[in-house]
Design a protein around this ligand. Structure first.
Ligand code: ADE
Length: 245
């Protein structure tokens, strides 16, 4: 999958993806990440990309011409890739969006700085994403979050196992707890069932823990989770037990 990022700070994208899982995937050619310098599409001796807001007020606004020229050119080089603006006003990015985007041939991410984009840039994009209800100094960190979340879902990136399929949110639930050695740490033992070697019991325990975690921490997720009749019976029991304690 081909990621293009339009940004005033392309150097920010080098080290976060140089290491570990995404670094290896880049090396294998499973994806590419091209950070494009917005100033290259600006004109004039000073290559200006921002200007004062009409109507007055603080801060600067990103000019529409360099951004739109950049978007048009990069679209031509990454055909079929949706163009996404990063702004706090966008649609909330989530695992469902990550999964949907991982099926696209590419993705073009446009990072804002200062007070934001001239409003006329909005029509040039296919979608606008926010990564949460807080304001960053620019869209770059949001773009990195989205690239990471999408890239790890691409075939081959996480290796041969099904770890992406078992992620929190993949079936709408949080993940079950994990344990590794030692079997006892600061007086707390690993749950006996995980040492039993009984795979059916372990799977049942993990499912129940997923349901319990989600009920305790993110109960609103249960409304849209993929639950079967066994899950619903377990949940009813867990809810009764919660109200008793
Ligand atoms: N740019 C500034 N804040 C942002 C946010 N929360 N999400 C996406 N882009 C942003």
């Amino acid at each position: 999958m081909k990621f293009d990022v339009i940004t005033l700070f392309p150097q920010m994208f080098a080290s976060p993806f140089a290491e570990s899982i995404i670094g290896r995937a880049l090396h294998k050619g499973l994806l590419s990440i091209n950070a494009r310098y917005l100033r290259d599409w600006a004109q004039g001796r000073h290559q200006v990309t921002d200007d004062a807001p009409y109507g007055g007020g603080n801060g600067m606004v990103m000019k529409p011409e360099p951004l739109c020229r950049a978007i048009d050119d990069v679209r031509g080089e990454n055909p079929g890739a949706p163009v996404a603006l990063l702004t706090p006003q966008g649609r909330r990015f989530d695992q469902g969006e990550a999964r949907r985007l991982s099926g696209e041939p590419g993705l073009i991410l446009v990072c804002g700085r200062y007070e934001g984009f001239d409003e006329r840039v909005r029509g040039r994009a296919d979608v606008e994403y926010s990564i949460g209800d807080f304001v960053l100094t620019g869209g770059e960190l949001a773009a990195m979050v989205i690239i990471d979340a999408v890239a790890r879902l691409l075939p081959g990136v996480l290796g041969g196992d099904d770890s992406a399929a078992r992620d929190s949110f993949s079936d709408g639930l949080l993940e079950h707890p994990h344990y590794t050695r030692p079997v006892e740490f600061e007086g707390r033992r690993v749950p006996e069932v995980l040492l039993s070697g009984d795979h059916a019991r372990i799977a049942a325990w993990r499912r129940e823990q997923q349901l319990l975690r989600t009920l305790q921490r993110r109960p609103e997720l249960l409304e849209h989770a993929a639950l079967d009749a066994d899950d619903r019976a377990i949940l009813a029991r867990l809810r009764r037990a919660e109200t008793l304690t």
